[in-house]
Design a protein around this ligand. Structure first.
Ligand code: B3K
Ligand code: ZN
Length: 881
């Protein structure tokens, strides 16, 4: 294995910069192969910094044409610059001086999609985390805030639209068919929030009047001809702006807010001040091309990036260790927004499913790290589910621990105290401590300690004494480089349910602090004693998923069925139903492995008929409750020695049994759901479609006939229904004429629209079974596929590796070989994407021995080349460690 030479960054090494840059003036002369960038920086020595401190600026692969201090080139002996760093010794003795730097960059050949690059013929930038240093030498760190003025010059025909952060100041014509625009952003910001866009784009305009009466011009820029597909995103933006005023009292602070959608983008979107840049997947939608899930993602991501204006931009991070300060908090805010716009219960279930699917495996595997890490080699690898999703759960727990009023007061104090600053998680927590008078020292471990805590719970009831005992023990498993863990403060929301399903109240409680329906666990073990309970209660715990923990609570199936039928907390009710299904699936997969035919518990199967027909439950909830757990969900519950083929067989058997048992009820319910009038992408419409499609899958599997799905595919008047039918045809009836026809039809309709073709790639990449490998390999040669576009790579390769357990984890390891080849090829183009793809192997130790050995061999091969990117090497080596 090649020696690791990359440096490790440590939180304790943080030092403030010796120099600051109060003002930054940039001039871009755009050309695809040679863009000239002149940076004029007003540099200031920080108070207290040594007079002889060298000025050290960050760069990344830069070519420099000119460097001047106060208008003059310094003697060569005082300046050293390689592509990655510039050092000026004996900086001028005056506190302030001017530095001018001219660099030349080549956006057209920038395949990393970091810094300045081209996407679909449009110039655009991505600077977070460390992309600005690919444009010019700079103090590229989030605690250096500067006021930017940006002048852009470009050919008028090539780039009629010229955008940067802040407000427009001036624009005009230049010689030789060129023109210019000047933008000024009055709000000091770190370099990672800088953005520039230039190109020939269509636009959708609107406006918003803030609570204090200021008019803001809004625009969404998209490829010409796609303007109408931006209307939902624009609507989501306006709703986000209003919501942040209503709920957090936060107003927008510039005259314009622009969003640009581009086809080539490493992540979902980017919150650049006043100029958000989006992956077009999260902007473009209409009923013919987008599913309800796409609409929901667009709404959430538009809101997320907008909310960053305060949580991230106005108050930013001191250093990249503090990433969760902006990301966890902003995800919490977008979850709350979606809950208010849609159904709170359904959102919560969805958010928890995402957390479990993405964060739990991370927290329980070799890539585990605290929400606020203390070490990194490559910061790009820390934009993780732990920082984002668990980070959001931690903020949610602060709200639970403090209660609504103190939480609001803490947020208010945070905004007042730190506006315009670059701060830490300690500052964030201190605002809540000061506003509430509470001590959050033990709670803070949620930021500092990796691993998913486990609660082991048992109970007993003494009818005569009227006492009910809950015995709760916490344990935090060891994670890489943290073998000993401290005890956490875990807020466990709960309720007691009587045998008739009616909530029970109790007289007194001892053994733990219990407040507002929450048990505060702070010790290793609590025996919580409830009195005044003559009747035996059934405890419903971790209601609303109040803490991101796993719970082992041994109890009867009857108790669990009671909660599945009557828990008043919708999340806990779904959890009870889902838990029963998971257990059935696990037992069945054991039977399959033992060579037996899977059998299922009758009462659990019966439950599905009741849920499907229960009109008191919203359709979206019924869809979630009826959906059988996915193969990755089952694998995660099993934990080790995983055999994906047995899991798939169990899952299919369960679907078939439920579908056959309830066929007539399911048909009746599905029939009553339609017709449902014109398409509306709202929560209500989406819920009905979700329920209809869940039932359609059951009915199709039970009948063993693709006709129902084929009919739906042909008749659907929206992408959600057409796509659901396609998935059933292709996954449940692979090789059938109906599946082949549907695929061909989809390609005919949408072949010219690459974004929509991603669905076509995805559905084929995830067809279960060993043949998937050849299919995926062949699809990499399809004209619509490109290794240079991250969306295509994620739709085909990412889907195959993460969502096709039986195909990817073929026992002969052949798919791993293909995966290694692909990642190495990708790494030469785009290290961020290759590193992200490689995390698909993070749970390799959970596989059964044959597959485990093959996966390990693949990881070793992946680690061999000497020229791996820092990004990829970091992931591969931590995965193997
Ligand atoms: N802040 C960006 C993520 C940037 C990732 C850089 N590798 C998007 C977001 O979280 O809103
Ligand atoms: Zn974010």
């Amino acid at each position: 294995m090649a020696a690791d030479t990359a440096s490790v960054y440590r939180i304790e090494d943080y030092r403030p910069s010796d120099y600051l840059i109060p003002r930054t003036h940039l001039t871009f002369s755009l050309a695809p192969d040679a863009t000239r960038v002149v940076a004029e920086l007003e540099v200031e020595r920080r108070e207290g910094a040594p007079l002889d401190a060298p000025l050290v600026l960050d760069g990344d692969g830069l070519q420099m044409l000119r460097f001047e201090v106060n208008g003059k080139a310094p003697p060569a002996s005082r300046l050293s610059a390689n592509g990655d760093r510039l050092v000026l010794t004996q900086a001028p003795p005056s506190r302030r001086f001017r530095v001018t730097i001219e660099t030349v960059v080549a956006p057209a050949s920038n395949t990393t999609l970091m810094g300045l690059y081209r996407s679909g013929g449009v110039y655009c930038t991505q600077c977070e985390a460390e992309g600005f240093r690919r444009i010019t030498y700079y103090l590229d760190r989030p605690d250096v805030l500067s006021v930017y003025t940006v002048r852009i010059e470009a050919g008028l025909a090539e780039a009629p639209v010229l955008l940067s952060n802040g407000n427009p100041v001036e624009q005009g014509a230049l010689d030789e068919g060129r023109h210019f625009a000047v933008w000024h952003d009055p709000h000091p910001k770190p370099a990672y929030l800088f953005a520039l866009v230039a190109g020939d784009l269509g636009r959708l305009d609107d406006s918003f009047v803030t609570a204090s009466g200021r008019k803001v011009d809004l625009a969404v820029f998209v490829e010409h001809g796609k303007e109408a597909r931006a209307t939902y995103a624009m609507d989501a933006l306006k709703r986000s702006m209003r919501w942040d005023e209503d709920v957090f009292g936060l107003e927008y602070d510039l005259d314009v807010f622009n969003i640009v959608a581009v086809p080539d983008f490493n992540m979902g979107a980017m919150e650049n001040k006043g100029l958000n840049i989006f992956n077009d997947k999260y902007i473009l939608a209409d009923e013919d091309t987008a599913t309800d899930a796409d609409y929901a993602n667009i709404e959430a991501i538009v809101a997320h990036e907008y909310f960053h204006n305060w949580t991230g931009n106005r108050i930013t991070c001191r250093d990249w260790f503090q990433l969760c300060l902006k990301e966890g908090l902003t995800v919490y805010r977008d979850h709350e927004f979606s809950a208010d716009q849609r159904s709170r219960a359904v959102e919560r279930i969805g958010d928890v499913r995402t957390l479990r699917a993405l964060q739990f495996p991370e927290d329980q595997g070799p890539l585990a790290h605290p929400v606020r890490p203390r070490r990194y080699r490559e910061i790009n690898n820390f934009y993780t589910a732990t920082v984002y999703e668990k980070g959001a759960e931690v903020v949610r727990m602060i709200a639970t621990v403090l209660g609504e009023d103190d939480f609001r007061a803490g947020m208010k104090l945070y905004f007042e105290r730190h506006d315009g600053q670059a701060v830490t998680i300690e500052d964030f927590l201190k605002a809540f401590e000061d506003a509430s008078g509470r001590d959050l020292a033990q709670f803070a471990l949620w930021y500092h300690q990796a691993g998913t805590p486990n609660l082991t719970i048992s109970d007993s009831h003494d009818a005569e004494a009227g006492e009910y005992l809950l015995d709760i023990e916490q344990a935090v498993p060891p994670t890489p480089s943290e073998s000993r863990k401290r005890l956490m403060h875990i807020p466990l929301a709960f309720g007691l349910v009587g045998e008739d399903g009616v909530p029970l109240s109790f007289e007194a409680v001892e053994g733990a602090l219990v407040q507002d329906g929450v048990i505060h666990l702070r010790k290793r073990r609590h025996t919580v004693r409830f009195s005044g309970l003559k009747k035996r209660p059934v405890a419903s715990v971790n209601r609303g998923f109040s803490a991101p923990v796993t719970v082992a609570f041994q109890r009867s199936r009857a108790d669990r069925l009671l909660l599945a039928r009557s828990d008043e907390d919708a999340f806990a009710r779904w959890e009870a139903i889902n838990g029963l299904m998971l257990d059935e699936s696990i037992l069945a997969s054991r039977m399959v492995r033992g060579g037996k035919r899977p059998e299922f518990d009758d009462a659990v199967i019966a439950l599905h008929g009741e849920i499907a027909g229960d009109a008191s439950l919203e359709p979206a909830f019924r869809a979630l409750a009826l959906a059988s757990p996915g193969e990755t969900d089952i694998a995660r519950e099993i934990g080790d020695n995983i055999d994906p083929d047995a899991i798939l067989a169990a899952r299919l058997a369960l679907t078939e049994v439920i579908g056959s048992r309830h066929a007539s009820v399911f048909e009746a319910v599905r029939g009553a759901l339609r017709p449902h009038g014109p398409f509306r992408p709202d929560a209500e419409g989406a819920g009905r479609r979700a329920l209809g499609n869940t039932l359609m899958e059951y009915l199709s599997v039970a009948s063993g006939d693709p006709a129902l799905a084929a009919r739906q595919f042909a008749q659907a008047d929206n992408m959600t229904d057409r796509h659901a039918a396609l998935v059933v045809l292709v996954h449940r009836f692979p090789g059938s004429a109906a599946a082949a026809e549907a695929l061909a039809d989809f390609e005919r309709r949408h072949g010219g629209d690459l974004l929509v073709m991603d669905k076509w790639f995805h559905v084929q990449a995830t067809i279960p079974g060993p043949e998937a490998l050849d299919r995926v390999r062949a699809l990499t040669r399809h004209p619509a596929f490109s290794m240079s576009n991250p969306n295509r790579v994620r739709a085909l390769i990412g889907a195959f590796a993460n969502a096709n357990q039986t195909g990817f984890h073929r026992p002969d390891g052949a798919a791993y070989g293909f995966f290694v080849e692909t990642i190495l090829a990708l790494d030469r183009k785009n290290p961020q994407v290759s590193a992200r793809m490689a995390t698909a192997l993070r749970s390799w130790r959970s596989l059964e021995p044959t597959r485990q050995a093959a996966a390990r061999a693949a990881l070793l091969t992946l680690s061999e080349p000497a020229d791996l990117s820092t990004d990829l090497r970091d992931i591969v080596e931590r995965t193997l460690a």
